[in-house]
Design a protein around this ligand. Structure first.
Ligand SMILES: [Zn+2]
Length: 185
């Protein structure tokens, strides 16, 4: 089929890979370059790396009782990274294209969990009013913990089917996760 007989498609061409980039997406659908980044050196982090960083962060939190992870986060947050992301070379950027600053990284790492945590405690307080015994309260607490983890996993799993590979907290905070320039892929 020659170019002339090919059906005309109204999609934008990516200026890096010269393939159709698809309408609306922040990343090129073909090569994954971040279109709003003027340097053209940020690419959508693969889903495997994203989940790897997620798992590493939880592993480091668990291994260091949270403390080592916090110190590590304080060091890498100014670079737009969490400990897990720093190990895998991933960076958090805003949907405006600039790298997330330290305050944004802390907000991203804590804001969401804090919000779920506060909601869980509020719910528990509400349930505490109806719970008659300590056993009932502990039972409710167990279920709230399960609910907390379910919501956290659902939040992270969102990147598996999201076009811009955003988690739910990425969507709320308008952030993306990228890898820096790679050789031609
Ligand atoms: Zn492209």
């Amino acid at each position: 089929m020659t170019a002339q007989s090919a059906p005309r498609r109204f999609v934008l061409e990516c200026d890096v890979c010269h393939q159709p980039s698809g309408p609306g997406a922040l990343f090129c659908a073909s090569c994954g370059v971040l279109s709003i980044d003027r340097q053209r050196n940020s690419y959508a982090a693969t889903r495997r790396l994203r989940l790897g960083a997620f798992a590493l962060d939880y592993l480091i939190i668990w291994l260091t009782a949270g403390i080592g992870w916090l110190i590590w986060l304080a060091i890498v947050a100014p670079h737009g990274q969490s400990p897990g992301k720093s190990l895998l070379g991933l960076y958090i950027v805003r949907t405006t294209g600039e790298q997330a600053d330290a305050a944004y990284v802390w907000l991203r790492e804590f804001g969401w969990d804090a919000a779920i945590g506060v909601a869980a405690v509020a719910l528990l307080a509400l349930l505490g009013a109806v719970a008659g015994t300590v056993e009932e309260l502990l039972f409710l607490w167990l279920w709230l913990t399960v609910l907390f983890w379910a919501v956290s996993l659902f939040d992270a799993a969102w990147l598996l089917w999201d076009r811009d590979r955003q988690t739910l907290h990425d969507k709320i905070l308008n952030t993306l996760v990228v890898e820096r320039a790679r050789e031609q892929r």
